[in-house]
Ligand binder design. Structure first.
Ligand code: DGY
Length: 322
């Protein structure tokens, strides 16, 4: 008998066909997120679960008595309750590597977009306005040869550093829990303690995973250390930042601008103060969202899932559950 899996999101037909070749499956095939209660019902007799952001916690695990693996189509896995999964012996996998360059591209889109005020000036032109000669009000700030500070020097951080260094001649400094001497040598980047990085960098990019240690890592005290000309970019997870402190820093001109792909609450509420600030560029958590990368992530997650329910070792078990 084939193992049974539940897929809690839409997927490309080719990926579903691959899963169907190895498993019996049921799927939530709607763009609307699956209601929690439906998910809890559907996992009751599943050997495997394919998700990208559903919370995998003690409640879900208690309803999913047969569950062997949760395969997430994401590199981040802050939606996994790791201790609950460990206690139940449920494997958890993610999709590293395949999205590194795509997310790094998006980080640079936010860097360039905020520095040169792309979205703001797009609205300006579409309102029928035009620049007057040397109208300083419309000036931006240089990206080339500026100092790029990366918080979280994993594979995506390295891809961002490479773009900054080779593409834009930037000075690149980084902060990471562990120093990376090989990366320093290979890319010519410099390690700085966090406080020093915050006071030095022209662009500060958050690229750290969300963990107990990184939650709320950037707050009032950290914004106070940044230069008034600094631009803050977040492509990691919204909860790494105190958003109220960010709003105050932007409103009071303590930093120049912010470029955000992620928020404490997603979707970000329509009346959130961040959405009314002209110096904030906002995207709907689309770091990895290109057709090719999303397909590669889906296929990798499917391979992890099938391996996990057929008694093989999935290639991408998250470090804490190995
Ligand atoms: C990830 O894979 O974790 C990205 O944030 C896209 O969801």
């Amino acid at each position: 008998m084939k193992p049974k899996v539940f897929i809690d999101r839409p997927l490309p037909a080719e990926v579903v066909a691959y899963i169907a070749g190895h498993c019996e499956y049921e799927q939530w095939d709607s763009a609307r997120p699956i209601p929690r209660e439906t998910l809890l019902e559907k996992v009751a007799d599943a050997d495997g679960l394919f998700t990208s952001s559903s919370a995998i916690d003690a409640e879900l695990l208690s309803r999913a008595k047969r569950l062997k693996i949760v395969s997430s189509m994401s590199v981040g896995y802050n939606h996994f309750d790791l201790s609950a999964m460990k206690a139940r012996g449920v494997l958890g996998t993610n999709t590293p590597h395949v999205l590194d360059e795509t997310v790094a591209d998006l980080a640079f889109a936010l860097i360039l977009g905020t520095a040169r005020r792309v979205a703001e000036l797009d609205r300006y032109v579409k309102q029928g306005k035009w620049r007057k000669e040397d109208n300083e009000v419309l000036f931006g700030t240089d990206v080339h040869h500026a100092t790029l500070g990366i918080i979280g020097m994993g594979r995506i951080g390295e891809a961002i550093a490479r773009r900054g260094k080779l593409g834009f001649g930037m000075e690149v400094v980084y902060y990471n829990r562990n120093r990376k001497p090989d990366t320093e040598k290979e890319l010519g980047v410099q390690y700085l303690p966090l406080e020093q990085l915050l006071g030095t960098a022209d662009f500060i990019v958050m690229m750290t995973p969300l963990t107990r240690e990184t939650a709320g890592m950037i707050g009032r005290a950290q914004f106070a250390l940044m230069k008034p000309s600094a631009i803050f970019i977040n492509v990691s997870r919204g909860q790494t930042v105190d958003e109220t402190a960010l709003v105050d820093a932007l409103r009071e001109g303590r930093i120049r601008a912010a470029g955000l792909d992620v928020y404490a609450l997603e979707p970000i509420p329509k009346d959130h103060p961040l959405l009314s600030l002209p110096n904030v560029l906002t995207l709907p958590h689309i770091g990895s969202a290109t057709a090719k990368t999303r397909f590669d992530m889906a296929m990798l997650a499917a391979r992890n899932l099938v391996a996990g329910v057929t008694g093989q070792t999935p290639p991408n078990i998250v470090a804490e559950l190995k």
